[in-house]
Design a protein around this ligand. Structure first.
Ligand SMILES: Cc1cc2nc3c(=O)[nH]c(=O)nc-3n(C[C@H](O)[C@H](O)[C@H](O)COP(=O)(O)OP(=O)(O)OC[C@H]3O[C@@H](n4cnc5c(N)ncnc54)[C@H](O)[C@@H]3O)c2cc1C
Length: 582
């Protein structure tokens, strides 16, 4: 096991490509540019690499991937584009969307080849808006397979850990496709063997002195593989450093000033260009307040993004770039609960899964439901903070005992996990009756009782007459196939009852630096700024502000980063941009 730090101490005076940010977008751009024979430095502002990408599930939306073709799942570029267009509506940008859809399978194949990470088609993950033309069922979202953290050796400490609330026992990562085994513990001996094996492996890693399990999953696996590949191919990685200014001379971005620890400034001349991949603005409270209408109305918001604080936008503006808000939503939303920590702080947990399960509803302080709970996380939050949402944007997931023990709520685990710590911390609220639960939450008890009564009736007939939950394939899939007549509807009837408070949260920015189909940054007049590219959450989204499928964060970040690397090489040669080739 090597204890060598990442190669980072000596920043060169001159380099071909300077990448700012070490998430999926930045590392993809770095690997792509390096593959083109360019010398590359990645500068990361934080003390750890990976950004929100390291927190993520690492899923990518890549239509017509090799994996989909091998599986024989029918799909076409035109139907993927039609889907994006319908979901984006008036914010659709056909050229950027086409560049994304056409290059995503190439970028994914490149990433697999360069890093050794392997992606599998997630056939259970369908496009979220099944009613839209072009929607696919299981052809486009892919998940990374776990990797062994030994590829980083002692430098594992340089990788941002997963969101603490998503790990078990304080350091054990869980892959998306492990979840089925965890949920099956109630009835399956095979699940006990599998989960037992994972826990044993984790304990062994801890006994060997590792600060967390070496089985890296999701975005952590992705970033670890990218970092290892970056170092191997000679990319200079440098963390804990801040670029304070980009320099534009002779009309192109030609240098950057890096701040040293003692306040001194180091100038790096950039021969081909700079890639901005700083992860957007959503980690900054004041910028959120500026852009999020619900925050302006006083609704508490929780961003899960660790480090994108808008500094990339400031650098971009400094050389004349346009920051665009041409999208229906300023960020990708998810409902979040706040998990109390031993030191008195709280950490967010994204509620992707349990809202659509039988025996689970979401209500406001008036005790009333306000939407189809099985909507995808982005649209659920739009409802939660919308005009017809719960009073004050305050909502609680409510479940009966049976549902909680089957599916869990947030970090409160299904059987055989322990509920006591979550009850003690106040994260999970329990009462023996709905009335008692409402009283503890300061909720309208009559409202909650009549809502549950009505919902239980829907569960019996299989028809949610209020919000149509379980009427469409996506919300049916969010339910439990064992439940009939409607997999998403089950009664809340077995006391005790439980609740967890939900807040609107975000997974990353949608508003951002304006770019074209070649990932070139545009100025206020829509002209490319030579020598400047951008990718990922730093840029205006290619989705128009919708989040219509799993992987629409990392997918575009990885793909536009890949394009940026190619573009800078082509620009340097004075050739046409990669995406223009179609
Ligand atoms: C819990 C969670 C789960 C998610 N799951 C998925 C998923 O499965 N699939 C999906 O598609 N999306 C997912 N997302 C969204 C996804 O993580 C983001 O869309 C994606 O990570 C954005 O990548 P990025 O490289 O643009 O930004 P980031 O990964 O955030 O990287 C930006 C980096 O830039 C650094 N930086 C900031 N400012 C500077 C500066 N001035 N100079 C240098 N460096 C700087 C930051 O510190 C950070 O390390 C998830 C998000 C969360 C929070």
């Amino acid at each position: 096991m090597s204890a060598r730090p990442w190669r980072q101490t000596m920043l060169p005076n001159e380099i071909d490509v300077l990448v700012l940010g070490s998430g999926a977008a930045g590392l993809s751009a770095a690997l792509s540019a390096r593959d083109q024979g360019l010398s590359v430095v990645v500068v990361e502002r934080s003390e750890v690499y990976g950004g929100a990408s390291a927190y993520s599930e690492g899923m990518v939306w890549a239509p017509l991937s090799r994996q989909a073709l091998e599986a024989g799942v029918p799909d076409t570029t035109e139907s993927a584009l039609a889907y994006l267009e319908e979901a984006a509506s008036s914010y659709f940008d056909p050229r950027r969307a086409r560049a994304y859809v056409e290059n995503a399978p190439r970028a994914l194949a490149f990433l697999e080849e360069q890093t050794g990470i392997s992606y599998e088609l997630t056939t259970t993950s369908m496009d979220y808006h099944q009613h839209l033309p072009g929607a696919s069922r299981g052809a486009r979202a892919l998940s990374p397979q776990p990797i062994n953290g030994r590829i980083l050796g002692a430098r594992l400490a340089d990788l941002r850990s997963p969101l603490p609330t998503t790990m078990l026992f304080g350091g054990m990562s869980v892959a998306g496709n492990d979840l089925a085994s965890y949920f099956a513990l109630r009835h399956s001996p095979a699940a006990w063997f599998r989960v037992g094996g994972l826990i044993l492996r984790y304990l062994l890693d801890r006994l060997l002195g590792y600060p967390r399990g070496l089985r890296l999953t999701g975005g952590n696996a992705l970033i670890a593989a990218m970092l290892a590949a970056a170092e191997q191919c000679g990319i200079i990685l440098c963390k804990g450093k801040e670029i304070v200014r980009l320099v534009r001379t002779n009309d192109r971005v030609s240098a950057a000033l890096v701040a040293g620890k003692a306040g001194e400034q180091h100038r790096i001349r950039v021969r081909c260009g700079v890639v901005l991949a700083c992860g957007g603005y959503t980690a900054d409270e004041s910028l959120r307040e500026k852009r999020y209408p619900h925050v302006q109305r006083g609704v508490h918001h929780v961003s899960l993004v660790p480090s994108g604080n808008g500094s990339g936008h400031v650098l971009a503006r400094g050389v004349g770039a346009k920051i665009s808000e041409q999208c229906s939503q300023p960020a990708a939303w998810t409902p979040v609960s706040l998990v109390p920590q031993p030191d008195g702080s709280t950490v967010g947990f994204p509620h992707f899964l349990e809202r659509g399960k039988p025996g689970v509803i979401v209500v406001g302080r008036d005790g009333r439901r306000f939407c189809n709970e099985a909507l995808c996380y982005h649209r659920f939050v739009i409802e939660m903070v919308g005009e017809d949402g719960p009073p004050g944007g305050k909502a609680w997931v409510v479940a009966d005992h049976r549902a909680l023990r089957r599916y869990g709520i947030g970090v409160a685990p299904p059987f055989p996990g322990r509920l006591a710590p979550h009850l003690r911390s106040g994260y999970l609220v329990r009462a023996n009756s709905l009335c008692g639960l409402a009283e503890k939450l300061g909720m309208d008890a009559g409202g909650l009782e009549s809502t549950v009564d009505r919902f239980n009736g829907f569960a019996e007939t299989g028809q949610d007459l209020d919000f149509g939950r379980g009427d469409d394939p996506y919300s049916r899939a969010a339910g439990d196939p064992a439940r009939s007549p409607n997999p998403s509807l089950g009664p809340l009837e077995k006391a005790p009852y439980f609740a967890v408070r939900l807040y609107p949260g975000d997974l990353g920015a949608f508003a951002g630096v304006a770019t074209d189909a070649s990932a070139r940054v545009l100025d206020d007049e829509g002209r490319p700024i030579p020598g400047l590219c951008a990718a990922g959450s730093e840029t205006l989204t290619v989705t128009g502000g919708d989040y219509g499928a799993a992987g629409l964060g990392i997918g575009p970040a990885m793909t536009m980063g890949f394009i940026a690397g190619r573009t800078l090489k082509a620009q340097n040669r004075g050739k046409r941009q990669v995406a223009d080739h179609g």
